[in-house]
Write a protein that binds this ligand. Structure first.
Ligand code: HEM
Length: 491
């Protein structure tokens, strides 16, 4: 082979690759849509290794928001679109929901049956299951489960009283997560996890693994989001094997035990078993997957919310006093921690919502088009299968909607203030038919946890408290980078 032939052989593939990449990266410029300049190979998502998704998304939002209601992005060679205009977000999530019914979350029912849960499944499967599960979350059902929650609240309080006889510095997330683990363990699986006395319980261990140490790194997770079919063909899984086996086995054993002994309890598990046994509306694998997502989605979101709330209340002592007063008044008025009492804590509710504004569990909401969609008032067509991002964290910290956005100010959620804002300026539970199904339960859990601790303890920052907070780059959901330390004193 001559030198010339060798050079041609080596250079041709490089030229072809460059042409291909250029062609892929011209998708948005051809559509005349503003976009974030991509850089091969990661596209518009540089620094995915060392920055949280919340921070990356906020930087992109601040860079692009003034350039139009939506903008283009690339991950690897794949174009995706981010929507920043609140009216357009409303249209996509509610009015034109039929174009965007799916989230495009990677799941692999064959290799990883627990991954086929309500959050990830798509199309008619999702529609049918959502309709079947919705009655599980009515306020009547919440009221029915309240005593279980309150009993865990009592254990929490007794445990804290014992642990914090005098002032102590605590990694608060660990303690709150034990509370929410026990609540959801009890309500979703009907199992007393006892994480207070046994912090290394299987539930705590595996619950922590799901979010703190996902199976894949951030770039691989992004890859699977964009190319789920490729992931499935490669036989990839989304969950770690150990927690998956633990939760799968646990559900099967619990169902077996309850059916053999004719046991019904006031919890999610009994409601799921009822669906399995009435006309086979759910298979046993589907029951397991739903119990798993109730546990996963329910314990982490709510424990983060309470942790971040206590952090902000430690930094804002006046708000803490006001929240405590509101709790104590409601307890007095209703004769203790009843369902009615926690529904009558208006200021505490405002603190929870202000915390959800500053620290939404999902910093970015996702949708996927199932048909070509022409964006209203434009000539731009989003092709079928494209991923859509809604940058919740960035919107919640946009001073156009929330003046002094970094300041914790629960009065933003007074009813008079709320009505002045666009409904899509506050999206901690998402929006439209695909919004969080567990909103009521999540709020109730946060109220019970916070009411229990605020009525018994005072919180302050200590030398180990990180101010300002940094967020974890590896976690699936918004979490502090390191633990969150506070000084806790009995009242
Ligand atoms: C403070 C607590 C919670 C927060 C902040 C939260 C947040 C969210 C968000 C942002 C979504 C996505 C919504 C969208 O894409 O529009 C979601 C979906 C979901 N959440 Fe929650 N959640 C909480 C509590 C819970 C609880 C307690 C459960 C169950 C017991 C739960 C179960 C689910 C499920 C199953 C979905 C998927 C719904 C679907 O796709 O149909 N969540 N949640």
């Amino acid at each position: 082979m001559s030198i010339v032939q060798l050079v041609i052989l080596l250079v041709t593939p490089i030229i072809l690759l460059v042409v291909y990449v250029k062609q892929r990266y011209s998708f948005w410029s051809r559509q005349k849509v503003p976009f974030i300049e991509p850089l091969f190979p990661l596209g518009s998502f540089q620094n995915v290794h060392n920055k949280s998704f919340a921070d990356i998304s906020r930087e992109q939002y601040n860079q692009m928001k003034d350039r139009g209601p939506f903008h283009g992005l690339y991950f690897l060679l794949q174009p995706l679109v981010a929507i920043t205009d609140l009216d357009l977000i409303k249209t996509v999530t509610i009015k034109d929901f039929n174009y965007f019914p799916d989230r495009g979350v990677f799941h692999n029912p064959k290799r990883d049956p627990l991954s086929a849960h309500l959050f990830s499944i798509e199309g008619n499967k999702w529609r049918t299951l959502r309709a079947r599960l919705t009655p599980t979350f009515t306020s009547g059902k919440m009221k029915m489960m309240f005593p279980t929650l309150a009993a865990v609240g009592d254990n929490f309080s007794a445990f804290l009283v014992k642990t914090v006889a005098e002032g102590r510095e605590l990694e608060i997330k660990d303690y709150v997560a034990r509370f929410t683990t026990d609540v959801i363990g009890s309500c979703a699986f009907g199992i007393e996890c006892n994480s207070f006395e046994d912090p290394n319980s299987q539930f705590r261990k595996f619950g922590g693994l799901i979010f703190d140490k996902p199976r894949h790194s951030q770039p691989v997770r992004l890859f699977l989001k964009l190319f789920p079919e490729v992931g499935r063909r490669l036989g990839m899984k989304s969950l770690r094997d150990e927690p998956s086996q633990f939760f799968g086995r646990l559900v099967k054993d619990t169902v077996d035990y309850r059916e053999k002994n004719n046991i019904t309890r006031k919890d999610f598990m009994s409601l799921l078993i009822e669906l399995k046994n009435t006309g086979g509306q759910l298979t046993i694998d589907e029951v397991a997957a739903q119990a798993f997502i109730f546990f996963g989605a329910g314990f982490e979101t709510s424990s983060s919310n309470q942790t971040f709330c206590l952090y902000e209340l430690a930094l804002n002592q006046e708000c803490q006093e006001k929240a405590r007063k509101c709790v104590q008044e409601a307890l007095k008025k209703h004769g203790g921690l009843t369902y009615e009492a926690v529904s009558d804590m208006a200021y505490l509710d405002q603190c929870i919502k202000e915390t959800l504004r500053l620290y939404p569990s999902l910093p970015v909401l996702e949708r996927k088009t199932v048909q070509n969609y022409r964006i209203p008032d434009s000539d731009v067509v989003i092709p079928k299968g494209m991923k859509v991002q809604i940058p919740v964290f960035a919107i919640h910290r946009d001073e156009q909607y929330y003046p002094n956005p970094e300041v914790f100010d629960p009065d933003r959620f007074c009813p008079d203030e709320v009505v002045k804002r666009h409904i899509c300026s506050f999206l901690p539970f998402g929006e439209g038919p695909r919004a969080c199904i567990g909103l009521r339960f999540g709020m109730m859990q946060s109220r019970v946890g916070l009411a229990t601790i605020l009525s018994n303890f005072k919180f302050n920052i200590c030398p180990k408290t990180a101010v300002p907070l940094q967020y974890s780059a590896s976690a699936n959901v918004l979490q502090p980078k390191e633990g969150l330390w506070l000084k806790v004193e009995p009242l």
